[in-house]
Design a protein around this ligand. Structure first.
Ligand code: DQA
Length: 171
């Protein structure tokens, strides 16, 4: 009887590493829910964060969130994302209009970032029209309330997925 050589079992395709998205909220966004509800809505930050984690999970992505009232803590979080996260979604709050440090941090880590705002910056006071971080982000989403964050997450995931596809077109 001849023995047929057994073919080695095919190695399972390696599981893709889930995209990891860092969502950063700047000063006073911890007050969402009660802060100027006519401008910012009534959804709390905890509700937004939970929805971001849920939506990310549904798309196979890990979402981590952080709020800080301190510019340096936000800079630290951006720096710590390098090599760990694939993209950043950031609502810098009032630091949008003042922070060269956040702009430099985004430039320094070279991660794709999406800038989001609950309110429409262009329909408010003049000083809110200028964003110092905008030029270091892929784009800006502004004026859709809590939905701005969800659109921002969608945009960040689309960027990560596109970059991965470009790197390994057959995957
Ligand atoms: C904001 C707009 C900023 O001008 C403001 O300082 C905020 C919130 C927004 O999400 O609409 O704190 O970033």
């Amino acid at each position: 009887m001849t023995r047929r050589a057994r073919r080695p079992p095919e190695a399972p395709a390696p599981r893709p590493i889930p995209p990891r998205i860092l969502v950063l909220h700047g000063p006073n966004l911890n007050l969402l829910g009660t802060r100027d509800p006519l401008i910012y809505g009534t959804t709390t930050l905890a509700e937004i964060d939970a929805e971001l984690v849920r939506r990310g999970g549904a798309r196979g992505a890990a979402v981590e969130t952080l709020q800080s009232n301190h510019e340096g803590a936000l800079v630290d979080a951006i720096q710590a994302a390098r090599g760990r996260c694939d993209a950043i979604v950031i609502n810098p709050g009032a630091y949008t209009h003042t922070s060269i440090a956040l702009r430099d941090a985004l430039e320094g880590v070279n991660l794709p970032a999406v800038e989001v705002h609950l309110s429409n910056l262009h329909a408010r006071e003049d000083f809110r029209r200028e964003s110092l971080v905008a030029a270091r982000c892929v784009g800006q989403i502004s004026g859709f309330g809590a939905q701005s964050y969800y659109l921002g997450l969608d945009a960040a995931l689309a960027i990560v997925e596109r970059r991965r596809a470009e790197r390994s077109p057959d995957a």
